[in-house]
Design a protein around this ligand. Structure first.
Ligand code: 18C
Length: 253
């Protein structure tokens, strides 16, 4: 659905469709730019490597706000045989979510803001003894071209937003999410003709960052244990899911 689009007739170009801005356009622009800055910051002082497996490295910084754990998380991984567009597409698209997400009871789209931006409402699995969490966030996918020669960077940002179709209903607690998946595609030993690029030439450099506020008190040790177990599990399961799904399909650049 294209919202706020206006059709204008001009003598030179005929009919022009001018895409109007929706109500969250400015916020999305700001948060996307923040992530593009944040992704370049190195993990040095204060970041602990909490998991390493093959090419995957997961770091976190221990941070508490009023006694609530809000540890930022950063994960780096390199995946062979897929493009950044493919990784981001499978992460963003609603239809694949329940096939790789193991921490959800349900997910649904409650609004489409433009062809690249939707609003999700999700119910997360309950972790005893904490109350069940839900979330409501806009989800935006974008391609950023760096230069004519380089492969573009793809990214998805999921960012909490309130919505009249998703009121907070006790006993659920609304978590606050600011998540980004940023992917670059590397073409190894590029053939002279770009048409000859095969999956074996492809490598995707992935960065995943998550800033989650549980939205209410949960035992610190419990949250940190769940996070330490679940983030690496998600990265492994999700990336191997995309490799399996795309193996025999044409490459999506
Ligand atoms: O990014 C991911 N998924 C996206 C699509 O769903 C989306 C999700 C954003 C919200 C992520 C927050 C998840 C917290 C869920 C709590 C319950 C999970 C435990 C289930 C155990 C069986 O961007 C991939 C998300 C991968 C999530 C890994 C879990 C991280 C846990 C972090 C702790 C946060 C505290 C929440 C309170 C839980 C009570 C102990």
């Amino acid at each position: 659905t294209v919202t706020n689009a206006t059709v204008v007739s001009t003598p030179q170009e005929g009919n022009l469709v001018i895409q109007g801005k929706h109500r969250l356009a400015n916020e999305i622009e700001r948060i996307v730019q923040e992530h593009l800055q944040y992704v370049r910051e190195s993990v040095s002082h204060g970041w602990d490597l909490i998991h390493q497996e093959g090419e995957m490295k997961v770091y976190r910084r221990e941070v508490e706000e009023n006694g609530i754990v809000i540890d930022p998380l950063k994960c780096f991984h390199t995946i062979k045989g897929v493009t950044g567009h493919e990784i981001c597409r499978y992460f963003w698209e609603y239809q694949y979510r329940m096939e790789w997400e193991t921490t959800l009871d349900s997910t649904k789209i409650i609004e489409v803001l433009d062809p690249d931006t939707v609003i999700f409402f999700q119910l997360h699995k309950r972790v005893w003894p904490a109350a069940q969490r839900d979330s409501c966030f806009w989800s935006h996918i974008r391609c950023i071209s760096n230069s004519e020669e380089d492969q573009p960077t793809w990214l998805v940002v999921n960012y909490t937003t309130p919505h009249p179709l998703a009121p907070i209903k006790s006993p659920q607690v609304r978590l606050v999410a600011n998540v980004a998946l940023i992917c670059e595609t590397i073409i190894n030993e590029p053939p002279l003709n770009p048409q000859d690029i095969k999956r074996e030439n492809l490598e995707c450099k992935l960065t995943y960052v998550a800033l989650i506020n549980p939205g209410g008190w949960v035992p610190s040790v419990g949250v940190r244990n769940v996070a330490k177990r679940e983030y690496p599990r998600f990265i492994k399961r999700f990336t191997s899911y995309v490799v399996d799904q795309t193996r025999d399909k044409p490459i999506l650049f």
